[in-house]
Write a protein that binds this ligand. Structure first.
Ligand code: BGC
Length: 272
């Protein structure tokens, strides 16, 4: 049983990858980043993934976990955020397994970040309903119940009811980190939008802990203290590497399940 797996984070602007030390939850070598090809079609992205994998000298049997900004069911993409729409309906597991020659397991990007936080970061040892939100170009969510992932919760796309929020397509378009930058919002105004969003999330899920990830989690002291919620709200600990680490953890679990001769639906268990 290898203690390493390879993680790849596919995003709209960059594709990043590194081997991950699964015992420590750390990258085992410097990560490599390649620009996402444009248009980001399945064929073009698969080529870039092969280039990235080939820049490392990986054991043939090293499994690869891949994050993807989409709803993923049984390895198939059912949506496509910030990547070419031709991904919808693509069997990502199959495409990348055939392209790289490694066993590839794909997972929603926020779910991957959540798996990493539950295993090695701000969600360690937590119980009950814990939710991880990635605030970036879009808003991703990962929901855990006693450490077990409820995949593809897609909570960036809920609707908020204030007059201001209703001017926007959905919550993500109103309170993503990219919107703060685009509209030049000060921290207080943006925190007001986050307050409204997380109050709604609390109404729906009553989480005990909310973990904030994405690049803006680095600046958490600017906005988290302004929020007043029932749940404990904390910054993610793994930051930029969470996707790569979570994908590698997932690949390792899936690989183990396959070796035991069964592909379980119990492979998203984290935080144990
Ligand atoms: C997508 C999610 C994704 C999130 C973060 C949203 O727009 O619907 O699948 O996890 O962006 O990339």
């Amino acid at each position: 049983m290898s203690k390493k797996a390879f993680g790849i984070d596919i995003g709209g602007s960059g594709i990043k990858g590194a081997p991950v030390h699964l015992g420590k939850g750390e990258l085992a070598a410097d990560r490599v980043r390649i620009e996402t090809p444009q248009p980001s079609t399945p064929e073009a992205v698969a080529k870039t993934v092969v280039e990235l994998v080939n820049s490392f000298d990986l054991d043939e049997d090293m499994p690869i976990g891949v994050t993807f900004p989409a709803i993923i069911k049984d390895g198939v993409a059912h949506s496509a955020a910030n990547v070419d729409k031709s991904w919808i309906g693509t069997d990502v597991d199959k495409l990348l397994t055939e392209a790289t020659g490694h066993d590839v397991f794909v997972v929603n990007d926020a779910d991957a970040a959540g798996i990493a936080e539950m295993e090695f970061g701000a969600g360690r040892k937590s119980h009950g309903v814990v939710q991880v939100f990635t605030l970036g170009t879009g808003v991703g969510s990962a929901t855990f119940v006693d450490g077990r992932l409820v995949p593809n919760t897609e909570l960036g796309h809920v609707f908020l009811d204030s007059a201001e929020a209703r001017k926007y397509e959905d919550a993500e378009k109103y309170m993503a980190s990219s919107i703060r930058e685009k509209e030049g919002l000060d921290w207080e105004t943006w925190a007001g939008r986050l307050q409204e969003y997380f109050e709604h999330i609390e109404l729906l899920f009553s989480p005990t802990r909310i973990i904030i990830g994405g690049g803006v989690s680095k600046k958490h002291e600017k906005y988290l203290p302004l929020l007043d919620l029932k749940a404990e709200i904390v910054p993610a600990e793994l930051r930029n590497e969470a996707g790569i680490i979570g994908a590698a953890v997932l690949a390792h679990r899936e690989e183990k399940a396959l070796r035991k001769g069964k592909k379980t639906d119990d492979t998203h268990k984290a935080g144990k």
